[in-house]
Design a protein around this ligand. Sequence first.
Ligand SMILES: Cc1cc2nc3c(=O)[nH]c(=O)nc-3n(C[C@H](O)[C@H](O)[C@H](O)COP(=O)(O)OP(=O)(O)OC[C@H]3O[C@@H](n4cnc5c(N)ncnc54)[C@H](O)[C@@H]3O)c2cc1C
Ligand code: FES
Length: 500
Amino acid sequence: MTNSASVWPATATMPRYDAIAADRRTGVLVVGGGMVGLTTALELQLAGADVLLVEADRIGSRTSGHTTGKVTSQHGAIYAQLADRHGLEAARQYGMANQAGVERVASLIDQFGIDCEFTRAPAFVYATEGTDLRREAEVAAELGLPAHSADSAELGLPVKATEVVRFDNQVHLHPSRYLAGLAAAFTAAGGTIFEHTRVTEIEDGIEASTERGPIIRADHAVMATLLPIGTLGGYFARTRPQQSHGIALRLPVPAPAGMTISADGPTRSTRPWPGGGPNGLIIVGSGHEVGDQTDTDAAYRSLSDWAGSLWNERLEPDYRWSAHDYSTPDQLPYVGKAPGSPVLVATGMHKWGLSNGTVAAGILRDLILQRDNEFHLLYDAGRIGDAHSVATLVKDNLKVGKEFAAGHLRRLAGGGLDHVEVGQGGLYDLDGTTVGAYCDRDGRLHTVVPVCTHLGCPLRWNQGDATWDCNCHGSRFNPDGTVLDGPTTTPLATPDTAER
Ligand SMILES: Cc1cc2nc3c(=O)[nH]c(=O)nc-3n(C[C@H](O)[C@H](O)[C@H](O)COP(=O)(O)OP(=O)(O)OC[C@H]3O[C@@H](n4cnc5c(N)ncnc54)[C@H](O)[C@@H]3O)c2cc1C
Ligand code: FES
C-alpha cells in the first residue's frame, strides 16, 4: 500500500515549537521555515543578530520537505544555456555559488553534527534522445566545476544513454533531518521559532500581522515563503509555479549509487533512498505547471511505470508525493530587496533550492549586516531581465489572464452534491451555484467556493493529491479550504452546506 506522503517528514522526528501568543519585537523576522528561512535564520543568528522565525505550519513541511534531496551544482544541463544567455562570467558565478552552497551545507552538517544521511556521490545528467551534452561538459569544465564527459556504464541506470556528463563529489541527504538539525542549531544559538503562525500582511515599518492576532515588529524582515505572500514585489507575475511528483520504491536489484537526471523529457531524476535499504530509490519527475494537470494519479503512475520498464517488474512505491517550486524567465533566482518594500526575498529557485537556497541565505545575511557578497548582483531581486525575459513574462501573464477569464466561463458542474463519490472531488452543483466538493474516506463532504483567495482565479481539483490548485500563481488549498501553499494567506470561503 502506497503512503500518500513525502518520505522525508514521514521518516524524521521534527522538533515542535509553540505558536505565537503575544506581540514580539525582534532584530530580524524570518517568515517561512523551509530551506531558505532556516538557513538564513541560522546564518544571521551565528553572525550575532537577534532572529525570530515564524512558520505557517511545521518547519520543513512544504517544498523543502518534498525535494529529491540532491545538494549539487549540477542542475540538469544548465551551464551551456546560462553561458549562451548571460555570458561565461555569469555562468561561472552561478556554478561557483552553487558549489559554495554544497560545501556550506557540508560544513554546517559537520559543525553541528547533523545526522541526515549525508552522502558524497557523483551527479550525472544524461541524454537518450539526441540532446547534445558535449558542450555542457566543455562549458562546465571551463567554468572550473568538477565536471567531465562520462561513459553511460557509470550511470548504473539501465537506460540507453547517448551522452553523459558527470559532476564529482556532490551530495545527497535526508532533507527533513537536515532541516531539523538547522532548527536545533538555530535555537541553541539563541534564535526563536514559532510554528502554526501564518503572517498575513507585512507593512513597511516593519510590522507583520499574524493570523493568530499578535503583531511582530522588526528592524529587518526576510520573506522566505517559497513565493513572497500577496503581491509583495510583484513576484507572482515574474515567476511560474512548476510542480513535480516523487516516489520512493524498492528495486529488485541494488539501486544505482549515483544521482541521475535526464536531459530529455520527460524529466526523470533519481538518487538512492537509504531508508529503503540497498535497493531503495527515489524518482522525481513528471513536471507540469501547478493546476495544468488534474489527473495527477497518472503522473505518479508514469514514474513507477518507468522504473518497471527499466527493471522488468511491476513496482509499487512505498511513498508518493508532489510539490512545486517557482521558475524565473532567465533561470536565475531572485534574492535581495523586493522593489518598493524594505522586505528581503528569495524565490525562483527552479527546483534547485537546496544549493541555491543556501547561497541565498548567505546573500540575505550579508545584505542585512551590510557586508559585501560576491553573488548578490547575479541573483539581484530587482532585475527586470533581458528582452527574452520580458517576452516570456508577457506570454506567461497572457496565459494567466486567459485562465482567469476562460476558467470562470468553463465552470460546469458534474451534477449535484449527491453525485460525489467517496475519495472523489471536483466541481458540483449546489442550488444552481457551482461549488467545489470532496468526499473523504470517512464519508465526510467538504465544500468550498472554488475561487482562489489570492487574486480570484478559478481553482482546479487535483485528484492525485486531493487539493485545490491555482494555475495562475500556484496557491494550493486543502479540501476544507485551509491554505496549503501561498502566495495567498486566506482560506477558501465555504458555501453553507450540511455535512452528511
Ligand atoms: C519535487 C521537487 C524536488 C526538488 N528537488 C530538489 C533537489 O533535489 N535539490 C535541490 O537543490 N532543490 C530541489 N527542489 C527545489 C527545492 O526543494 C526548493 O527550491 C526549496 O525547498 C525552496 O525552499 P523554500 O524555503 O524557499 O520553500 P519552502 O520549503 O516551501 O518553505 C517555505 C515555508 O514558508 C511557509 N510559509 C508560507 N507562507 C507563509 C506565511 N504567510 N507565514 C508563515 N510561513 C509561511 C511554508 O509553510 C513553508 O514551510 C525540488 C523541488 C521540488 C518541487
Ligand atoms: S495564486 Fe494568484 S490567483 Fe491564485
